[in-house]
Design a protein around this ligand. Structure first.
Ligand code: HEM
Length: 385
């Protein structure tokens, strides 16, 4: 997926989206030969109508994200069991324990980086434990997942082809890594997700090696960076609003609604891709079979026609029908887990660090990516007494 040139050059992506929603909510970009959907209504229609807007993007995509029905439903049902709200709820005490352990040493020291010390390790440890892979390998996962969501690095003169080659190499490394982990589980089954995947049957057949590895890869990549960014985006939003921080500290039952607003206001996943299967009309525009479509979730979630005062962060916003987890049949499988991890991380942080402030707000810069929205580092200081 190649991002629009104007977006790469924009100083503020949200301002650019706003302009696009005004002048061309659904438009064709000749240069990239791609449709861009910026408005909420168009985004929702596209995601709902999976027959006209397929997730199969070509390029041999074999993960759940790139499947259409009926195959999609069969595969999704295999992992869905592990991600129901009831299964996820049971994980709360363990997630709390991990968050407390990660935080205790840092708080005593009087400073930390919200991302490196909490928002990054927490989801990696959780998914590693669910899958049954060693959490010690988390630095490797970080390197891989960062590389998979990177954009073309214009400053370094990188071409789209070089980026693609780099991503392919990283995907190969990941497959190789999971190949040996799966082998180990085949020999010694345990009570974890990889062992469950090894036992799963689709139409009486077990999953082939490729399908199995792609599940592992998907859970690791889809679930980690996104949740890291949700926790980071939430903390940054609260740190920028000290009065709100105090309100949340005093009444932590406000957290779930505030987290929903963070998902809308700073959506961790900014864009999704689809391919048109039959000629269709969207927002008065004629789309042709075979056309590529990018749905800008970040923009849709700031659409003034759907959300009152869309550019304002309203921690009690209700209703809040954001589409940060997507919409329709591919709705994020990990939504309940991501919400739980964010709530527990923020709750623990507010509880353990009575005062907290950004160390130097001028150094906080968003990630260089048009697929994801987040911050690589959020250094804070606190005065625990
Ligand atoms: C799908 C966002 C966390 C696993 C999606 C989609 C979005 C999304 C937008 C829809 C993709 C599409 O329609 O093409 C997010 C955000 C997260 C998050 C914003 C965190 C804040 C997680 C976690 C996991 C996960 C923690 C699992 C560990 C998945 C899977 C799918 C998916 C497996 C594919 C579902 C399907 O194709 O049926 N996610 N996600 N996500 N997500 Fe998440």
């Amino acid at each position: 997926m190649i991002p629009p040139k104007e977006l790469l050059q924009a100083t503020d992506a949200y301002e650019w989206f706003k302009e696009m929603r005004k002048v061309s909510p659904v438009r064709y970009d000749e240069e990239r030969q791609t449709w861009d959907v910026f408005c909420y209504e168009g985004a929702q229609k596209t995601l709902t109508d999976y027959k006209t807007f397929s997730s199969q993007m070509g390029g041999g995509e074999i993960s759940l994200l790139g499947m259409d029905p009926p195959k999609h439903k069969l595969y999704r049902s295999i992992v869905a069991q592990a991600f129901t709200p009831i299964s996820i709820e049971k994980m709360e005490p363990r997630i709390e324990q991990i968050a407390r352990e990660l935080l205790s040493a840092r708080v005593a020291r009087g400073e930390m980086d919200i991302i490196a010390d909490l928002a990054f390790p927490l989801p990696v440890i959780v998914i590693a434990e669910m899958l049954g892979v060693p959490a010690e390998d988390r630095e490797l996962f970080k390197k891989w997942s960062d590389a998979l969501v990177a954009d073309v690095d214009i400053a370094k003169g990188q071409t789209a082809m070089e980026l693609l080659e780099r991503k392919q190499k990283v995907a190969e490394d990941l497959y190789h890594y999971f190949g040996s982990v799966v082998e180990e589980h085949r020999k010694h089954p345990k009570d974890d997700l990889i062992s469950a995947l090894l036992q799963a049957r689709i139409e009486e057949q077990s999953l082939d090696e490729q399908a199995l590895l792609s599940f592992c890869l998907l859970l690791l990549v889809a679930g980690n960076e996104t949740t890291t960014n949700l926790i980071g985006n939430a903390m940054l939003t609260f740190l920028e609003r000290p009065q709100l921080m105090e309100k949340l500290r005093a009444d932590r039952s406000l957290l779930p609604t505030a987290i929903e607003e963070v998902l809308r206001f700073r959506s961790p996943v900014q864009s999704l891709s689809r391919r048109v299967t039959t000629d269709t009309v969207l927002n008065g525009q004629q789309l042709k079979a075979g056309d590529r479509v990018i749905i800008w979730l970040g923009s849709a979630n700031r659409d003034e026609r759907q959300f009152e005062n869309a550019d304002q962060f309203m921690y009690k916003r209700h209703p809040n029908r954001h589409i940060a987890f997507g919409h329709g049949i591919h709705f994020c499988l990990g939504a309940a887990l991501a919400r739980l991890e964010a709530r527990v991380a923020l709750h623990t942080l507010l509880q353990q660090a009575p005062t907290m402030a950004l160390r130097d707000s001028s150094t906080i810069q968003p990630l260089q990516s048009t697929f994801v929205y987040g911050y690589p580092a959020i250094p804070v200081t606190f005065n625990p007494y």
